[in-house]
Design a protein around this ligand. Structure first.
Ligand SMILES: Nc1nc2c(c(=O)[nH]1)N[C@H]1C(S)=C(S)[C@@H](COP(=O)(O)O)O[C@H]1N2
Ligand SMILES: [Mo]
Length: 534
């Protein structure tokens, strides 16, 4: 793993600087005083103990957070590089979780670049399992966010917020005094957490709930093609899409850091009593809280084992559960917004990661050798006017140019200028019948596991102004690598939906009508979700 030196120094400074300051203060002035605490409730307004809803929330939160972190790491392993720039040029990463430097003497696709992750860490583990990892990520985030919303409502509805939300700036110097104790390995007098937290503890909990969690939620959509290509101001809030992605990762690191310190402090400050507080809601020295807490952790571990098993042994089932739950929500929230973001030409990426296997068939090779003079795009299926079109005929149908941001499911992005024919013109020409719902794009190229590549789009998505059949990239005819003679651009979808080396288009009624019935080659073979707005 490589981390850029300047970035590493910033991270080290963030940890080291306060620690050094704490030691300096201790050496120069001694330990600051921290108000001695009584274990009685300080005043009648303060909540006492932890009600059942809060204890359940705390457990449910842990449950889904673990799934989110494990599936998130698996998604990262599929493109194990983090950047501050949107172009993802190899060599510009600030974090590289792979030993590989991208070779320059041969084609190195982003799928070649994905890494193996142990199934003990990743969900589901191993290599290029991003489809399954995303299903677990999106399914669990619904529960995690839902659980969080219920928590916030009940927190403010019941007065429990009083122990959590700071109401005076005095908490900052108090928290610092406590930090000076911990950092120099001293224990300050601790309040009984059943009644109140110490200042640093309160600030840590408060910022985890009201800063980290919202940041995790807010940086998610900054990676969505549908969202960012509709609302281009959104990824500019953090800076760009890759800064959003990097922050999403750093928030996860902060959650992990919190988890480690939180568990350590709970253990050092009276494990038995603390466990009773949060597990059974009593303030005494019985061992029941510990035992039930351990059982809870065993259940989390067992569920994670089950999740791995299901991802490997019942991937279709998981895919279909996600189709039933995630897809309608994604569709409702994101799919109908027409993408419109454009980038200035000086932001065109100097490097654009390639993906997929170049066609090897005689048919494509022969056509390619002759600049596709004899190429004919066959459009068939549920249409009134089946046609076979030459490239000149396609070019004559209308031109649309756009400089847009490409989002690969694996995590990289890139800006390119595309020129092509609006898909709406082709649809108008062939006149789909009233049964037709989607168009399947068949490629000359093979998929990863053999057999020709294909994918489909709902007709309404193809009618967006930014849905084009592109024949130029960055003012050059489409290169062989990037999809000659024709490739799709559908800017509210992820890259895998944008078929390259298009051979034919077929209009059908449903995703069940072709391939293995999931909507495309990667949906069939890698269990990707068909609706690819995030
Ligand atoms: N025929 C075909 N088209 C394909 C693929 C493929 O494997 N085969 N990969 C897709 C994926 S995953 C991405 S990210 C984009 C990449 O386009 P590029 O190689 O021009 O960057 O192409 C898409 N189109
Ligand atoms: Mo991709």
């Amino acid at each position: 793993m490589r981390i850029r030196r300047d970035t590493l120094l910033v991270f080290i400074a963030l940890v080291v600087a306060p620690t050094v300051a704490a030691y300096a203060q201790w050496a120069a002035f001694g330990l600051p005083s921290v108000a001695a605490e009584t274990s009685a409730p300080p005043d009648v307004d303060m909540p006492t103990g932890f009600p059942a809803w809060l204890r359940i929330h705390h457990y449910v939160n842990l449950f889904f957070l673990i799934i989110l972190i494990r599936s998130g790491l698996q998604i990262l392993a599929d493109h194990p590089r983090l950047y501050w720039n949107v172009h993802c040029t190899p060599g510009t990463e600030w974090l590289r979780a792979t030993p590989i430097e991208v070779p320059t003497d041969r084609v190195w696709t982003s799928k070649n670049d994905s890494r193996h992750l142990s199934p003990w860490i990743g969900l589901p583990g191993y290599r290029h399992t991003v489809g399954m990892a995303r299903h677990w990520h999106f399914l669990s985030v619904l529960f995690w966010v839902g659980n969080g919303l219920i928590f916030v409502i009940l927190l403010f509805g019941t007065g429990q917020w009083r122990r959590l939300v700071p109401t005076s700036w005095r908490i900052v110097p108090e928290a610092w005094s406590i930090f000076v104790h911990y950092a120099t390995l001293h224990m300050p007098p601790e309040p009984n957490g059943f009644y109140r937290y110490n200042a640093l503890q309160q600030l840590a909990y408060f910022s985890t709930i009201f800063v980290l969690a919202p940041l995790a939620i807010a940086t998610g959509p900054s990676m969505s093609p549908a969202f960012t290509n509709r609302f281009s101001w959104y990824p500019r809030l953090p800076g760009n899409r890759q800064i959003g992605r990097s922050l999403h990762f750093l928030v996860m690191v902060a959650f992990l850091g919190f988890l480690v310190v939180h568990v350590a402090m709970v253990s050092f400050t009276g494990l038995v009593r603390n466990m009773n507080h949060i597990v059974i809601g009593t303030d005494d020295g019985r061992r029941l809280g510990i035992y039930l807490g351990l059982l809870g952790i065993v259940v989390v571990a067992a569920f994670n084992g089950l999740a791995n098993w299901a991802a490997w042994r019942r991937p279709r089932t998981i895919q279909h559960i996600a189709r039933a739950i995630v897809t309608p929500i994604m569709k409702r929230l994101l799919n109908d917004a027409a993408p419109e973001a454009e980038f200035p030409r000086d932001q065109i990426s100097p490097f654009f990661w390639p993906n997929g296997k170049l066609p090897t068939s005689d048919e494509w090779t022969t056509l390619n050798a002759d600049d596709f003079k004899d190429y004919r795009l066959k459009i068939s299926g549920l249409i009134e006017n089946p046609v076979e079109l030459s490239l000149d005929e396609i070019r004559a149908m209308g031109v649309k140019s756009q400089v847009t941001l490409h989002h690969c499911i694996q995590g990289w992005s890139g800006v390119a200028a595309w020129r092509g024919t609006p898909m709406s013109k082709l649809i108008d020409l062939v006149r789909p019948t009233s049964d037709a719902r989607m168009a399947v794009f068949h490629s000359f190229g093979e998929g990863l596991e053999g057999g020709l590549y294909y994918d489909s789009h709902a007709i309404e998505n193809l009618r967006h102004p930014q849905s084009i059949l592109a024949y130029e990239m960055n003012d050059e005819p489409l290169s062989a690598l990037h999809g000659a003679p024709l490739r799709l651009r559908v800017e509210n979808q992820l890259g895998f939906k944008m078929v390259k080396w298009i051979r034919a288009i077929e209009f059908v009624e449903s995703h069940k009508d072709f391939g293995e019935g999931e909507g495309g080659y990667n949906e069939d073979h890698e269990y990707f979700g068909e609706q690819a707005n995030i």
